[in-house]
Design a protein around this ligand. Structure first.
Ligand SMILES: Nc1ncnc2c1ncn2[C@@H]1O[C@H](COP(=O)(O)OP(=O)(O)O)[C@@H](O)[C@H]1O
Ligand SMILES: [Mg+2]
Length: 248
């Protein structure tokens, strides 16, 4: 066997080990179009899941990461540093965010534009195995569209939910990436329709939820910490978390 074939085989075994290893479930949130709300859905879904399960949200948008802007903190050592060889796995830092009665662990990433080094995507496998031992659910906030940066993490995920906004162009792109995932052997568990305004009837077979258009999405984590009044958004994401915990 030549060296190249052996390296490929080793990679396949490594990924197989990831799937076989017990522990947390990896949930991917890809989309066709950008700006549909993947990042806010990842955070609010994480907030809902962490009320019952140990949950982490990971920024996998290495070109234009923005989880840090929601949690208002960008650690010195992030997943991007690990993937570019600038720190060890155990050194990757998280931000602890109080949501309701629990704490959500958020792993922001530094942009590769700042670091000016190419990430080794294959190292994501070790990072995810490491997290699977710590958490029940690991939510991946991905870049939009189809590229190796979205496809690679999606292929390592236990459940894939395509996020689409309630508009025609977004629905069409969601349909397209779903087809491409199908051709790549990735099973889509369902669709999350975000910014829902009941404008159009576009039917997907397995819509897991419709999150309404609401300015409350920007109030993360505050909406989860209101004592007496729970905004509707909390209810929607709690229902979504219940559904997802039954599916994954
Ligand atoms: N349900 C919603 N209602 C209102 N605004 C939303 C909703 N979901 C997302 N947004 C807004 O849309 C913009 C894009 O959201 P973001 O999560 O960054 O999208 P993506 O990660 O898919 O690029 C943000 O300004 C966000 O506040
Ligand atoms: Mg985003």
């Amino acid at each position: 066997m030549n060296v190249n074939a052996l390296a490929k085989l080793k990679e396949i075994v490594r990924i197989y080990e990831l799937f076989r290893s017990p522990g947390g479930k990896i949930i991917s949130l890809p989309s066709g179009k950008g700006g549909v709300g993947k990042t806010v859905v990842a955070l609010h879904l994480g907030a809902a899941l962490t009320q019952f399960y140990a949950t982490a949200v990971i920024d996998m948008n290495f070109a234009l990461p923005n989880l840090h802007s929601y949690v208002r903190e960008l650690p010195d050592k992030t997943l991007t540093h690990y993937l570019t060889g600038l720190c060890r796995l155990e050194e990757v830092e998280k931000v602890k965010v109080k949501v309701g009665n629990s704490v959500l662990h958020v792993y922001p990433s530094r942009s590769i534009v700042d670091i000016a080094k190419k990430p080794e995507l294959e190292k994501i496998v070790e990072f995810l195995i490491y997290l699977k031992n710590k958490y029940d659910y690991i939510i991946l906030d991905l870049p939009p569209g189809i590229s190796k940066y979205s496809l690679y993490p999606v292929r390592l995920s236990d459940c894939v939910f395509i996020v689409t906004a309630d508009e025609k162009a977004s629905y069409l792109d969601a349909t397209k990436i779903s087809k491409i995932f199908g051709l790549s052997g990735v099973r889509v568990s369902g669709y999350i329709i975000n910014k829902y305004e009941k404008k159009r009837d576009f039917e997907f077979e397995n819509v897991v939820c419709k999150i309404p258009f609401s300015p409350d999405v920007k109030k993360f984590p505050e909406v989860w910490n209101k004592r007496y009044f729970k905004p509707k958004l909390v209810k929607y994401f709690t229902e979504l978390a219940e559904k997802i915990s039954q599916m994954c």
